[in-house]
Ligand binder design. Structure first.
Ligand code: SF4
Length: 383
């Protein structure tokens, strides 16, 4: 039976190359970002806090922070990557401590219901051999048939209500809660945004959950039939553990370590520089060509010519009349069409191309609210 998780589906949607590295090739890279490390330690501390509460022991906030420090110091390693170089390990440690302090103050004495599960490890059967991993940070029975799925977030960005209302992760977990606890009348989805000391909530109807089940099956189907895994670069690449082996970055990382001479001698660098130079020249040339065409049209008009001879080529100037016609679907276009219909000219003139415009006299053009314009084309042929 194939097992999927929220993070597996999200990785596929974020970047297929990353998905391939992690889930197809099974490549594990040592090290993690400091943000992921902070999130993991904070989750462990909150899990321990509620485990203690479950055993009737409510630790004081100093004890909580001591636990945080001990876990941080024990698990910190040189593999942990700090992308934002202005900040140090200490800054991140203090951020996490602040999250926990605020959370403690807001939720003490942690008695909002009966704790049913912490960091759960269950699977939701989606049919056709697809299992979805259900890992709930904290599952609560709040009484009277109300359950809550609680998730801790340590990221900086706070989503809007519309985003949590369309979130897939907790909603999928709530399918499992409803199956496991048939007496559930409501399942509240609760996100604790620790960096903002904010709590966001949402809920799904049984119909929405049925649609979600289908949606997950659809994404799984897409993954299972996927044969191409191209990289998709974004700002998230800075935090991607596969950056050093990613085809979108390997060359840039390699040449960034070369000295100036080696850099300029690299074949890839030379090819890209040549292409950039040629494309720059091609843009310049396009501008020059347009200017010469305009001069040729002016020259031909001045001398009443329709062709101008060069040494080996000849330029033919073709002028066509047309009218500025309002775009289809606009109110102005509707008015024009009504006028044409009223005069019985609709079928004949609707295209209003050059041939049609030529047949219109000035009075009719004015009545229709159209302006005559002349376009000149220059065609160059070898003589
Ligand atoms: S570095 Fe960027 S493009 Fe490459 S695998 Fe990671 S996320 Fe994808």
């Amino acid at each position: 039976m194939a097992t999927y998780s929220h993070s597996r589906l999200s990785t596929f949607e974020q970047c297929r190359q990353k998905y391939k590295f992690r889930y197809v090739d099974g490549i594990r890279v040592p090290g993690q970002s400091v943000e992921a490390f902070l999130g993991s330690v904070v989750h462990e501390v909150l899990e321990q806090l509620y485990e203690d509460v479950r055993h009737t022991k409510v630790p004081d906030s100093d004890e909580l922070l001591r636990d945080y420090r001990e876990r941080w110091e024990k698990q910190w390693s040189d593999d942990i990557i700090i992308v934002r170089k202005r900040y140090t390990e200490e800054h991140y440690f203090d951020m996490g401590a602040g999250f926990l302090r605020d959370y403690y103050a807001r939720h003490h004495p942690f008695d909002e219901g009966r704790i049913l599960g912490l960091e759960t490890q269950h699977f939701l059967d989606l049919g056709d051999g697809i299992r979805f991993h259900v890992r709930i940070d904290r599952l609560m029975d709040e009484g009277a048939g109300v359950f809550s799925v609680n998730d801790y977030k340590t990221n900086r960005s706070l989503p809007g209500q519309d985003e949590v209302d369309s979130d897939r992760q907790l909603a999928a977990y709530s399918i499992w809660v409803r199956e496991r606890f048939p007496d559930a009348v409501r399942v509240r989805l609760v996100w604790h945004y620790l960096a903002h000391d904010r709590r966001l909530e949402s809920e799904r109807s049984p119909e929405q959950l049925e649609r979600l089940r289908e949606e997950i099956r659809r994404v799984v189907g897409e993954i299972e039939s996927c044969r191409a895994f191209p990289p998709r670069t974004s700002t998230l690449c800075d935090w991607c553990e596969y950056r050093d082996i990613c085809p979108a970055w390997v060359h840039e990382l390699k040449v960034s370590k070369l000295d100036e001479h080696e850099f300029s001698e690299d074949d890839g660098v030379k090819l890209v520089d040549r292409l950039a130079e040629l494309e720059g020249r091609s843009l310049e040339l396009d501008g020059e060509i347009a200017a010469v065409r305009a001069d040729l049209v002016a020259y031909a008009r001045r001398y009443g010519l329709s062709a101008v001879a060069g040494t080996e080529s000849k330029a033919t100037i073709v002028e066509t009349e047309s009218a500025v016609v309002p775009r289809k679907g606009t109110p102005e276009r509707q008015v024009l069409e009504e006028k044409l219909r009223a005069r019985g000219l609709y079928a004949d003139l609707l295209s209003l191309d050059a041939a049609a415009v030529k047949r219109l006299d000035e009075a009719l053009l004015e009545e229709l609210g159209l302006e005559r314009t002349t376009k000149a084309q220059v065609r160059l042929k070898r003589r």
